[in-house]
Ligand binder design. Structure first.
Ligand code: SF4
Length: 184
Protein backbone atom coordinates (compact mmCIF):
# COMPACT_ATOMS: atom_id res chain seq x y z
CA UNK A 1 0.00 0.00 0.00
CA UNK A 2 1.54 3.34 -0.99
CA UNK A 3 0.23 6.50 -2.56
CA UNK A 4 3.04 9.04 -2.44
CA UNK A 5 6.08 9.29 -4.75
CA UNK A 6 8.21 8.60 -1.68
CA UNK A 7 6.31 5.35 -1.14
CA UNK A 8 4.82 6.61 2.09
CA UNK A 9 1.28 5.81 3.21
CA UNK A 10 -1.02 8.82 3.31
CA UNK A 11 -2.44 8.82 6.85
CA UNK A 12 -5.18 11.15 8.07
CA UNK A 13 -6.76 11.51 11.48
CA UNK A 14 -10.16 13.05 12.18
CA UNK A 15 -11.59 14.32 15.45
CA UNK A 16 -15.38 14.14 15.63
CA UNK A 17 -17.27 14.09 18.96
CA UNK A 18 -14.53 12.84 21.24
CA UNK A 19 -12.41 14.16 24.08
CA UNK A 20 -9.11 13.96 22.12
CA UNK A 21 -8.02 11.10 24.38
CA UNK A 22 -7.74 8.79 21.38
CA UNK A 23 -5.44 11.26 19.62
CA UNK A 24 -3.42 11.53 22.84
CA UNK A 25 -3.10 7.74 22.82
CA UNK A 26 -1.82 7.93 19.23
CA UNK A 27 0.82 10.41 20.43
CA UNK A 28 1.67 7.98 23.24
CA UNK A 29 3.37 5.89 20.57
CA UNK A 30 6.31 8.16 21.45
CA UNK A 31 9.51 6.95 19.76
CA UNK A 32 7.52 4.55 17.59
CA UNK A 33 6.18 7.67 15.86
CA UNK A 34 9.69 8.26 14.50
CA UNK A 35 9.74 4.74 13.12
CA UNK A 36 6.25 5.18 11.61
CA UNK A 37 7.33 8.49 10.13
CA UNK A 38 9.61 6.53 7.80
CA UNK A 39 6.52 4.96 6.24
CA UNK A 40 3.72 7.46 6.80
CA UNK A 41 2.90 10.93 5.57
CA UNK A 42 0.41 12.65 7.88
CA UNK A 43 -1.87 14.56 5.51
CA UNK A 44 -4.75 15.68 7.71
CA UNK A 45 -5.74 15.95 11.37
CA UNK A 46 -5.59 18.18 14.44
CA UNK A 47 -1.80 18.05 14.21
CA UNK A 48 -1.77 19.27 10.60
CA UNK A 49 -2.57 22.78 9.45
CA UNK A 50 -4.58 21.72 6.40
CA UNK A 51 -8.31 22.26 6.98
CA UNK A 52 -9.98 20.41 4.10
CA UNK A 53 -9.90 16.62 3.92
CA UNK A 54 -7.50 15.64 1.12
CA UNK A 55 -8.15 13.10 -1.64
CA UNK A 56 -6.47 9.70 -1.96
CA UNK A 57 -5.95 8.98 1.71
CA UNK A 58 -4.75 5.45 2.42
CA UNK A 59 -5.75 5.17 6.08
CA UNK A 60 -7.86 7.46 8.23
CA UNK A 61 -8.15 7.11 12.00
CA UNK A 62 -11.47 8.54 13.17
CA UNK A 63 -11.96 9.52 16.80
CA UNK A 64 -15.40 10.27 18.19
CA UNK A 65 -19.06 9.68 17.52
CA UNK A 66 -21.05 11.37 14.76
CA UNK A 67 -23.05 13.95 16.66
CA UNK A 68 -24.08 16.75 14.30
CA UNK A 69 -24.69 17.53 10.64
CA UNK A 70 -21.19 18.84 10.05
CA UNK A 71 -19.66 15.62 11.38
CA UNK A 72 -22.05 13.53 9.31
CA UNK A 73 -20.92 15.37 6.20
CA UNK A 74 -17.28 14.89 7.21
CA UNK A 75 -17.88 11.16 7.70
CA UNK A 76 -19.18 10.94 4.13
CA UNK A 77 -16.20 12.86 2.76
CA UNK A 78 -13.58 10.86 4.62
CA UNK A 79 -15.22 7.59 3.54
CA UNK A 80 -15.30 8.67 -0.09
CA UNK A 81 -11.68 9.80 -0.08
CA UNK A 82 -10.04 7.06 1.99
CA UNK A 83 -9.22 3.45 1.25
CA UNK A 84 -9.29 2.22 4.85
CA UNK A 85 -11.46 3.82 7.53
CA UNK A 86 -10.56 2.98 11.13
CA UNK A 87 -12.99 3.65 13.98
CA UNK A 88 -10.54 4.71 16.70
CA UNK A 89 -11.83 4.24 20.22
CA UNK A 90 -15.15 3.48 21.84
CA UNK A 91 -16.86 6.76 20.89
CA UNK A 92 -16.35 5.94 17.20
CA UNK A 93 -17.01 2.21 17.72
CA UNK A 94 -20.16 2.37 19.89
CA UNK A 95 -21.08 6.01 20.52
CA UNK A 96 -19.79 5.70 24.11
CA UNK A 97 -19.75 8.98 26.07
CA UNK A 98 -21.39 11.27 23.45
CA UNK A 99 -24.23 8.73 23.13
CA UNK A 100 -25.12 9.23 26.81
CA UNK A 101 -27.30 12.10 25.64
CA UNK A 102 -29.31 9.77 23.39
CA UNK A 103 -32.84 9.41 24.66
CA UNK A 104 -32.98 13.03 25.82
CA UNK A 105 -35.02 15.33 23.60
CA UNK A 106 -32.56 17.42 21.59
CA UNK A 107 -34.51 20.65 22.22
CA UNK A 108 -34.43 20.18 26.01
CA UNK A 109 -30.76 19.31 25.87
CA UNK A 110 -29.81 22.39 23.85
CA UNK A 111 -31.96 24.70 25.96
CA UNK A 112 -30.16 23.53 29.08
CA UNK A 113 -26.76 24.18 27.46
CA UNK A 114 -27.63 27.46 25.67
CA UNK A 115 -30.18 29.33 27.78
CA UNK A 116 -32.14 31.64 25.45
CA UNK A 117 -34.86 34.15 26.16
CA UNK A 118 -37.82 35.59 24.32
CA UNK A 119 -38.93 32.42 22.57
CA UNK A 120 -35.73 32.14 20.51
CA UNK A 121 -34.57 28.65 19.75
CA UNK A 122 -31.15 27.50 20.98
CA UNK A 123 -28.26 27.22 18.49
CA UNK A 124 -27.83 23.76 17.05
CA UNK A 125 -31.53 22.99 16.87
CA UNK A 126 -32.00 23.93 13.21
CA UNK A 127 -29.81 23.93 10.16
CA UNK A 128 -28.36 27.35 9.44
CA UNK A 129 -27.72 28.37 13.05
CA UNK A 130 -24.22 29.38 14.12
CA UNK A 131 -23.45 25.89 15.39
CA UNK A 132 -24.07 22.73 13.35
CA UNK A 133 -27.46 21.10 13.89
CA UNK A 134 -27.32 18.33 16.47
CA UNK A 135 -28.49 14.94 15.18
CA UNK A 136 -31.35 13.26 17.08
CA UNK A 137 -28.76 10.82 18.47
CA UNK A 138 -24.97 10.50 18.63
CA UNK A 139 -24.07 7.66 16.29
CA UNK A 140 -21.16 5.24 16.05
CA UNK A 141 -19.23 5.77 12.85
CA UNK A 142 -20.39 2.52 11.25
CA UNK A 143 -24.02 3.69 11.55
CA UNK A 144 -23.17 6.48 9.10
CA UNK A 145 -20.53 5.05 6.76
CA UNK A 146 -18.92 1.63 6.24
CA UNK A 147 -15.95 1.07 8.55
CA UNK A 148 -13.06 -1.28 7.75
CA UNK A 149 -11.30 -1.60 11.11
CA UNK A 150 -12.56 -1.20 14.69
CA UNK A 151 -10.09 -0.34 17.46
CA UNK A 152 -12.03 -0.41 20.74
CA UNK A 153 -10.89 1.06 24.03
CA UNK A 154 -11.36 4.32 25.86
CA UNK A 155 -8.90 5.20 24.62
CA UNK A 156 -7.31 2.33 22.68
CA UNK A 157 -3.85 1.62 24.05
CA UNK A 158 -0.98 3.13 22.04
CA UNK A 159 0.24 -0.43 21.59
CA UNK A 160 -3.06 -1.33 19.92
CA UNK A 161 -2.86 1.65 17.57
CA UNK A 162 0.79 0.94 16.72
CA UNK A 163 0.10 -2.72 16.08
CA UNK A 164 -2.88 -1.90 13.84
CA UNK A 165 -0.91 0.65 11.83
CA UNK A 166 1.99 -1.76 11.35
CA UNK A 167 -0.40 -4.46 10.11
CA UNK A 168 -2.08 -2.02 7.70
CA UNK A 169 1.31 -0.87 6.41
CA UNK A 170 2.12 -4.48 5.56
CA UNK A 171 -1.29 -4.98 3.96
CA UNK A 172 -2.23 -7.47 6.68
CA UNK A 173 -5.46 -7.90 8.63
CA UNK A 174 -5.65 -6.13 11.97
CA UNK A 175 -5.91 -8.68 14.76
CA UNK A 176 -6.57 -7.53 18.31
CA UNK A 177 -4.81 -9.71 20.82
CA UNK A 178 -6.22 -10.46 24.24
CA UNK A 179 -5.50 -7.65 26.67
CA UNK A 180 -5.22 -5.04 23.94
CA UNK A 181 -8.56 -3.41 24.86
CA UNK A 182 -8.74 -1.11 27.82
CA UNK A 183 -11.44 1.04 29.31
CA UNK A 184 -11.21 4.24 31.32
S1 SF4 B 1 -13.09 6.69 23.30
FE1 SF4 B 1 -12.63 7.57 25.33
S2 SF4 B 1 -10.64 8.60 25.02
FE2 SF4 B 1 -11.51 8.24 22.95
S3 SF4 B 1 -12.63 10.13 22.46
FE3 SF4 B 1 -14.09 8.71 23.42
S4 SF4 B 1 -14.07 9.28 25.61
FE4 SF4 B 1 -12.24 10.15 24.69
Amino acid sequence: MSSTPSGKIRLATVWLSGCSGCHMSFLDLDEQLLELNEHIQLVHGPLVDRKDFPPEVDVVLVEGAVNNEEQKEMAGILREQSRIVVALGDCAVTGNVPAMRNGLPVKNLLESVYPVEGGHEPPGLSSGSEVPRLLPAALPLHAVVPVDVFLPGCPPHARTIGSALKALLKGERVVLEQGMCRFG
